[in-house]
Design a protein around this ligand. Structure first.
Ligand SMILES: Cc1cc2nc3c(=O)[nH]c(=O)nc-3n(C[C@H](O)[C@H](O)[C@H](O)COP(=O)(O)OP(=O)(O)OC[C@H]3O[C@@H](n4cnc5c(N)ncnc54)[C@H](O)[C@@H]3O)c2cc1C
Length: 320
């Protein structure tokens, strides 16, 4: 069990509200460069403040005088309190990336609204760490939820996740995220995603196709280094069968034309440039455009710059 696997660390500062025993599991302060400075609805520092409050509350519950609250079981996941979820399966999808399935009580659904993410709490080198992940299972899936996670060789949470075994109890809380969507609001939607940045975009696409009244035209530009790194390709190919969805798989580290086109896939090569994005925006033919961008911080910043240079208004661009 991962639960209770906390080890002692050198304390950053002694907190007078927390007992000596709990000082060792103080949530790690995010590094100075972890905030992107773009005013995210829930910034890494907001999450850290919440983590500190939770740490103090947990200490009081365990070792102090605070009365133990009866858990609110009306939702299967809580915004402000971690709950444990049992890891049911791990299905690798490509090198370093797998779909992790967690159990929910029979018949219960995670019930997340569109493109929301959840927070995982783990331990690495004796430090309590948190990271955000976006479930990829459908809100209609009952009895489980799934997250697609890429592991990084030097990543803190990645090292923790690498040790997971089926049956482990893992801590999650949520949901978070400020994205809102009304059917037909932006009749032409472009999504630009890189790597695991596909996770919130899949949720938006599913939401659109599930509503027959929604006539939004959706164009996904999904970039990966090579064909084998395209995540959830089968799911994406199923979504591309809908009349209003077009998917471009973009490969940055494969020679142009090197990959045979299968299943009617559209494959392009090279990096996204201002010129390419400008053409994409022009294809909207005057319809209102909304653009979703999700990838690494530097990828998102580059894409937003290109989009603005292509005439897209800042309030029509959504960064996850
Ligand atoms: C809203 C949101 C949703 C997300 N959804 C998903 C999702 O669905 N799936 C998913 O896989 N990810 C998702 N992410 C990313 C995820 O939260 C983590 O950032 C990711 O898993 C890496 O965490 P880590 O602790 O393993 O790596 P970190 O420790 O954060 O490191 C990340 C990378 O930086 C490198 N690095 C770390 N420290 C240094 C250093 N000092 N110098 C140089 N390099 C360094 C590491 O080697 C690694 O390659 C999401 C992020 C956000 C903000």
């Amino acid at each position: 069990m991962v639960q209770g696997n906390y080890s002692v660390m050198a304390s950053e500062t002694m907190d007078p509200d927390v007992c000596e025993q709990c000082q060792s599991i103080r949530p790690a302060t995010p590094p100075i460069d972890s905030c992107c400075g773009s005013g995210c609805a829930v910034c890494v520092y907001d999450i850290h403040d919440q983590e500190i409050q939770l740490w103090k509350k947990t200490c009081k519950r365990k070792h102090g005088a605070e009365e133990i609250q009866i858990e609110d079981n009306t939702t299967v996941m809580d915004l402000m309190d971690y709950r444990y979820y049992t890891l049911q399966s791990i299905v690798p999808v490509c090198a370093n990336t797998a779909v992790y399935r967690f159990m929910l009580p029979p018949g219960r659904k995670l019930d997340l609204s569109i493109a929301k993410h959840i927070i995982l709490r783990g331990i690495h080198n004796g430090k309590v760490i948190t990271r955000q992940y976006t479930p990829i299972s459908s809100p209609h899936d009952a009895g489980f939820f799934e997250v697609l996670i890429k592991l990084y060789p030097g990543g803190d949470m990645s090292q923790y996740i690498k040790q997971w075994k089926i049956g482990d109890e893992v801590e999650w809380r949520g949901p978070f995220g400020s994205f809102t969507y009304q059917p037909n609001e932006g009749h032409y939607m472009i999504a630009i995603a890189a790597g695991t940045g596909i996770t919130p975009i899949i949720q938006v696409m599913r939401h659109i196709i599930e509503n027959e009244e929604d006539e939004t035209v959706f164009r996904l530009l999904y970039t990966c280094r090579n064909y084998d790194e395209i995540l959830l390709r089968e799911t994406l190919n199923e979504l591309a069968l809908y009349w209003n969805i077009t998917i471009i798989f973009n490969l940055t580290q494969s020679l142009a034309g090197s990959h045979p086109t299968e299943y009617g896939e559209i494959i392009q090569y090279g990096r996204f440039t201002q010129k390419r994005l400008s053409k994409e925006v022009a294809a909207s033919m005057g319809r209102p455009v909304r653009v979703l961008v999700c990838g690494t911080r530097s990828f998102e910043n580059d894409m937003i710059t290109f989009l603005k240079e292509s005439g897209v208004q800042a309030n029509s661009i959504e960064k996850f």
